[in-house]
Every structure is written in C-alpha cells, then in structure tokens.
Design a protein around this ligand. Sequence first.
Ligand code: F6R
Length: 612
Amino acid sequence: MCGIVGYLGNRNATPIILEGIKRLEYRGYDSSGLAIIDGNKNLKIFKESGKIVELERALPGPDETYGTIGIAHTRWATHGEPTKINAHPHTDSQKRIALVHNGIIENYQLLRKKLEEEGHSFESETDTEILVHLIEHFCLEEVSLTDAVRQACKLVEGTFGIAVINRDNPNEMIAARRGSPLILGIGNDEFFVTSDVSAIIIHTKRVIYLQDNEIVTIHRDGFEITNLENERIDAKISEVDWDVSSIEKGNFKHFMLKEIFEQPISVQNAFRGRLMEKLSTVRLGGLMMNGNELKKIKKIQIIGCGTSWHAALIGKHIIESRARIPVEVEYASEYRYKNPIIPENTLVFVISQSGETADTLAALREAQARGATVMGITNTVGSTIARESDAGVYIHAGAEIGVASTKAFTSQVTVLTLLAILLGRMNHLSPTYGATFIKELRSIPGKIEKILEMNDLIREIAESIKDYTNALYLGRGVNFPVALEGALKLKEISYIHAEGYPAAEMKHGPIALIDENMPVIAIALKDAIYDKIISNLQEVKARNGKIITIATEGDKVVKKFSEHVIYIPETMHILQPLLSVIPLQLLSYHVADLKGLDVDKPRNLAKSVTVE
Ligand code: F6R
C-alpha cells in the first residue's frame, strides 16, 4: 500500500525514482508525486492524481527536473481523497523540507491541533502533512534533520515508512520506519530508499532491511543507522536473490497472466529441497522444531486474510484429514478483537504473501502476547511478518506483482500440504502413503502445464460469461475453498459479483438465485464425493442454470448437463486444489481482460494492505 522510492547519488534522480514508483504502482495507484533538489538548492515538487502515467505526462523537460537527490511516492489513499493536493511529497510551511510517507499517523488530529496553535497551516487533508510540519517544528538551526526526524518519530503514534529531504542540504536524505517496510539499497557511490526491493533491484541487490524505530541518515559517501535513542546500529547487508526478470512482464500482457503461467515453477520451488524420498516424508527446516516438539502439537491455528485465508482453509482440510490435528482458521482482522483462546500445545501460523498485511501482523503480535509460538508462512524475505514470527517457512513464489494473488496461493497451499504430510507421517500416515504423495506432488508442475495449454479454450468460455453481473462458484470438501478463491478472483478484477458455496449448501438458499442469467462454475472432480456434487449440479440444470464444470479428464457424465467443461488431470484428493484453481484463475483473468479492465491494478485495491 503506497510505494516509496528515494535516490541520492551522481545520476539524475528523476528517471530513477519515477521508474521505481512505476514498479511499485501495484501497491497503490490513485495519485503520485516526486520531489528533487536541483543544483541551485531549489526544491521542486511535481504531483498528479491518477496513475503514474499522469505524473509522467505532466513533468516538464529534463532540465527542469534534474537533480541528484529525490524522493517519490505512489499513493493508495487513506486520509483524504486521491487528489493532487493530497498526493505526496508533502512539505513544511517554508517549503524547505519534503517528505513521502507510507502508513498511518493515528494521533494526527491531536498533533495537527497543537501545530495549528503554533501557527502552522495545512494544505491537504492528509495525516502525512502533519508529520513534515512536526519535523519542521524540531528542525531548528542547531538541530540536524536526523534529530528533528527522531524527535518527530518519538511523538508519532501509528505506522510510518518515510523518506525526507531538505533543500538546504542536497547531500543528505533521511529515512525512518515503524510498522511499514523500508529498505536501504547500497549501490556504487549511490544509495536508494524504498518500501519494496522490486523498485531498485535493477540498480542494486545489496540491501539493508531497516527495523522498526530505526533511522538512516544517508550522505553521498556513506550512511549511518541509529535508533530513537540515538544509538548507532550495525545492520546486516543482505543480497536479494530475485532475478530482474521476475519484476518484468516479459511477453505477457499482464503480470497476473505471467504469474499464472509461472505456477509450474513456483509450485516446484515451494517443495524443492523439502521432499525426503528415503523416509517418505517431508522436511520444513524453517520451523526449527524437532520431532519431539512437532509430536506435541495438539491444535493448530492458521490466521490470514483474503486469498491467504482461502489457502489456510485448504490447509485445515488437509491437516485435519491427514494429520488428524484440529485446525482453526481465523480472519486476521477478527482474531485480535475476539479474545482468542490459545490452548497449550497450540501452534499458531500466520500466512501472508506480502508479509506486511497489517491485520495479520496485529494477529501475530496478539498471539505472541498470549504466549503462543507463531510461525510465519510468507513469500517476502525480510518482511515484518518474517522477522517477527518465531520461525517459519518461505513459500519461494518469487515476486508477485499482479494485485490478484495467484502463484502465491498455490505455493501457500503446497507448503500447507507439506506441513500436513510432515505431521501426518509423525502420527499415523504410512510410508507408502508418504511415498505416493511425494511421487504425485512431483508430477503436479507437469499437470499444471497441461491445464495452462487450455488457455485459449478458457478465454472462449470467458467470452461467454463476461457480460453477466453475477456468478456462483460451487465446490465440496477440499475444493470448497477453491470455489471461494475462484469467486474472489472474479469479483476483484472483473467487478462481477460472485459467491463461493459448498455445493450441497446451495439448496439451503442460493438456489433461489439460479436462472438462465446465473452462470454456475462448479468443481466436480472424481473423488469420494463426486456423485454428491453431480446431484447438486442436476439441481442447477433443472433450473436453467448455465454450468461450467471443472472435471477430471475422461469424465463423460458432466458433459450432459454442462455448457462448458474444462478437463484437468487426475491427482490425489489432497492435491486437487493445486490443479482446480488454475482454470478459475485463467477464467477471471480473461473475463477482466475481455471487459477491457486494468487487470493488474483493479479499482480500490492495493497489493499489500498495510492499514487495518
Ligand atoms: C486477493 C488478494 C488479497 C490478499 C490479502 C492478503 O487476490 O491478493 O485478498 O490475499 O490482502 O494479503 P497477504 O497474503 O499479502 O497478507
């Protein structure tokens, strides 16, 4: 949510920070802006509402925007509408200091009142403008900008990742964080600040992930990190292992399509090095728990939001059925407010692609405050959830840029399935089952590839449903959460209202909605409950519902009542979601694309939701 990029070096900052925020546009895209200091110590600010392309169009020629220090921001509005005036950077009263900010200042009204009493006046409706005025308040002649930022940070309640420049000193940039991610990039005689490494990895892969309440002071020849008590911090430099191609669209029209097509590899990366053929089990070293500790687990809680929550529901089904350990799946946003019960020997998992989702982070902290051991399942190395969890498992899906989560979902499901087998083998699953599972899991990437070959067929089916305004997704057992996920994908990028239901539950209400205007997308795979779901679909057919069925290769029955059938390869029951979700992702993608919508940046959404 919102993206920050800053640059201090020998090159022209403007194209670098502009390109940087474009790479972060998936995080927020309702307005944007940048500030540079030119060679004559002029602070120049450019802002626009709308997508970054509007800012780019509005920029004057290169001479007017040249400066070797600059900060930029792409916004997802929280306080104040996405107007030009509310866009960042914001400045102090004297237009000396410019600041970009991710996060929310919770006590901004109180601070605003105090500052107004001192004579400050504000142009925007944002909480951010208060912060830059607060820095100005402390930035007296004998006080360094770093100390002024430090004093301001001490007074602020809430979350922030900020980058600050002062026109009086074009050789210095300050950045600080609490609760919002912030990264220092170290290049050759140049430095970067960003909220997300994808903005800078074309320039450098050497980074420092700043910790909460740390402030970095960057000069042209080096940097220093301190904390709120002004103690010096020796931070570790990490090497980002992402490839630049992971943040490019390549030949794909959208990131979402690219990411759907990456799943044969991303799923493989989620299980790579974790299958132990000899013992017919799996290994999840990141949990840092030995066999004795794992055997003591009596209950599991998995907490997440959105698509991650759907992956957790699949995890519940598989862990309960294979490891026989009860699992509770919780919405992170509800967890901390419900006075959660965490019995002894409960292992808590938080699951988050971004590792920065505010609700999930708050739930993690609540569970830890109640004495629980909390494991993180995340995609993002160095993220707040990765750092604050007691231990955890990375899903290794690579950068996910499309706002609608696709490959992260299948990687999360893969990791949760591995967890189920690990725990199941410790309890009562046989080596034969373990060996069959490993063999079958290894075949999944090839089977996903086969489904991806049906892309053109799925686009044709999408054409046939794109003008409807509602859709119903049905699934049973382990495929019920897949139905939920299919419905979420459709609504978030194509704005078609969609619901996911356990197929048999339909007759308890939603059946009233079925008529020729309601496409029903059903997952009806050959397994123990196949006959049941076929009966449910007959009920839809009898009411003129238009049925699109995801079926097992070779199934001739479903053809009789389905308008369209998408055949997917057969697999073990617990691995079905890894296949059944792929056509649903493609279907949503094509519906949105055929409707001419901005697939990667759906309205009102942002990639990582860092506000509660
Ligand atoms: C849906 C989607 C969201 C996220 C949710 C949690 O496509 O992307 O529902 O799944 O905001 O995000 P993470 O997993 O980053 O915590």
